[in-house]
Design a protein around this ligand. Structure first.
Ligand code: 2AM
Length: 176
């Protein structure tokens, strides 16, 4: 794992394969033409499952065995719904009909975090891939749906570099 001292800013996420990443990036370009703002770099695109924030490495290491026990099935996401949040000026792509398997995975992950006493952001889960930040928004253009075959989830460490957020996948759990 990356860091063995101090604390890391962590989140669990779905991390796209190269083809899905390219498709999400194309939609990001398209939405940017309509809504402006700042496009997310292609290498940072992801869908957050649970945001933990700054976590001491001992707490992270104690959590891993509990996450290892999570069982969930692979599934397909159909990202077909652009969305915009006024409060944080984010433009995103989500699902008109999120699959039950995604809700099950997130429910098991959140239960594992609760059980292990790990603090995380417990606001209602809205599956979304952030594509634009600091965007004025506008009326939603039609978007080509992005199909994403999900067969694992990851733990990501986030840091801030000169060119914005840097994300490092530090652990991966396959969905059998
Ligand atoms: P966002 O895409 O809607 O900004 C890394 O920061 C990831 O964690 C982002 O995808 C971000 O969501 C998400 N996240 C969820 N809750 C957060 C919080 N309280 N602070 C920062 N990021 C959060």
């Amino acid at each position: 794992m990356a860091d063995t001292s101090g604390a890391q800013r962590l989140f669990f996420a779905l991390w796209p394969d190269a083809a899905t990443r390219a498709a999400l990036n194309r939609t990001g370009k398209w939405l940017h033409q309509h809504w402006g703002g700042r496009r997310m770099r292609a290498d940072t695109l992801h869908l957050t499952l649970a945001f933990l924030g700054a976590i001491p490495v001992e707490v992270r290491d104690a959590l891993i065995p509990r996450i290892d026990t999570i069982r969930a099935e692979p599934f397909e996401l159909l990202l077909d719904q652009p969305g915009y949040w006024q409060h944080n000026r984010i433009g995103w792509l989500g699902c008109a009909a999120p699959p039950v398997s995604l809700a099950e995975l997130v429910g098991r992950l959140h239960a594992a975090l609760h059980e292990s006493g790990t603090a995380f952001d417990t606001r209602p889960f809205v599956p979304h891939v952030t594509l634009l930040r600091n965007s004025p928004g506008g009326s939603a253009p039609p978007c080509t749906p992005v199909r994403w075959k999900v067969d694992d989830f990851v733990l990501v460490a986030s840091s801030t570099g000169a060119d914005g957020a840097r994300y490092e996948v530090i652990r991966r759990w396959p969905l059998p």
